[in-house]
Design a protein around this ligand. Structure first.
Ligand SMILES: C[S@@+](CC[C@H](N)C(=O)[O-])C[C@H]1O[C@@H](n2cnc3c(N)ncnc32)[C@H](O)[C@@H]1O
Length: 297
């Protein structure tokens, strides 16, 4: 839930990133909804760096407008911001490629929260649908009011009625950035199967945390500063990605989306490390699924 406070008051934070909060809009998101403030903050931290991997002025602007103690709650680490930017980059490339193939297509962003991808990669012609839980969508509507080609849908992605809001005529790409780990494994399979049935020919891009991270989060052991990550019931090691095809016969392609090189020695090693047998299978992964033109049962 978001409560607007005209004139701003309450907490004003200036953290390691040096991003001052003006406190114009108060963010009161709890549980899994709060995680969108975490990803927003990491993007803003990265975007503020002169050598940052991400150009995202909208994320910086949002962090300045939201009344929330970002730095106290999430800290401001170079590594997390960089890893987040690499994940974002993988999703942005997939969307940009889709918009080249289908310039008037629909990009459906499940669990969109306060993602600012529209402002990074929109082509001026595509349609965008953001789906998230009602509390997150209420905050998005205040901070990022939709333009004529954008639609907001406030419901769980497990309630497949959001599918009725998707215009399919010019092609569909579905993204689930930072979402699936918060669903149960059965819900992930049902979501993939439902999309394969309903959106033949579409691409579905997801990211997954490895099993070790899912186990730690479920024990409440993924934490730092004032923040404890919610349970992540769905974990998948990178080398298990082909199992995703068993969710529905309409999944005809499973593709590993590797990150580009990042900043510094560690950042440069990341794409190579992703190909090493042991590390490579236990890393967070981004995967693109392609659905058959007509779902086969
Ligand atoms: C880590 S945030 C990611 C937000 C955004 N995609 C990004 O990358 O910045 C996870 C998002 O998933 C949303 N979410 C979690 N469970 C959901 C569900 N069952 N249905 C819809 N959205 C959900 C949360 O509200 C939150 O906005």
């Amino acid at each position: 839930m978001a409560v607007e406070q005209p004139g701003g008051s309450g907490v004003s934070s200036e953290g390691a990133s040096g991003i001052p909060s003006q406190g114009e809009v108060k963010a009161e998101l709890a549980g899994v909804c709060e995680t969108t403030l975490w990803t927003l903050y990491q993007r803003a931290v990265e975007a503020r760096r002169p050598d940052g991997l991400l150009h995202d002025p909208k994320a910086v602007e949002l962090v300045e407008r939201i009344d929330f103690p970002f730095a106290e709650r999430f800290g401001g680490g170079d590594l997390l911001a960089q890893l987040q930017a690499l994940r974002v980059g993988s999703f942005d490339r997939e969307v940009a490629d889709f918009l080249v193939r289908c310039p008037r297509g629909t990009v459906v962003c499940l669990g969109d929260g306060l993602e600012t991808q529209y402002w990074r990669v929109d082509n001026g012609r595509a349609h965008w649908v953001s789906v998230d839980l009602p509390e997150s969508i209420a905050l998005r509507e205040r901070l990022l009011p939709p333009g004529p080609r954008q639609r907001l849908v406030g419901c769980s992605v497990t309630d497949h009625r959001w599918m009725d809001e998707v215009e399919t005529e010019h092609g569909v790409l579905i993204t689930t950035e930072g979402l699936l780990m918060y669903l149960r494994p059965g819900e992930v399979r049902e979501l993939i199967a439902g999309c394969a049935e309903r959106f033949p020919g579409a691409t579905f891009v997801l990211d997954a945390v490895p099993r070790w991270l899912s186990r730690l989060a479920s024990k409440g052991k993924v934490r730092g500063h004032g923040f404890q990550a919610p349970p992540m019931p769905f974990g998948m090691d990178a080398d298990e990605r082909d199992k995703l095809a068993t969710a529905h016969p309409g999944v005809v392609e499973v593709r590993d989306v590797l990150p580009l090189a990042g900043r510094g020695l560690l950042g440069r090693l990341i794409p190579a490390a992703a190909r090493l047998p042991l590390i490579g299978s236990r890393r967070p992964s981004v995967v693109a699924l392609r659905f058959a033109d007509r779902a086969r049962g």
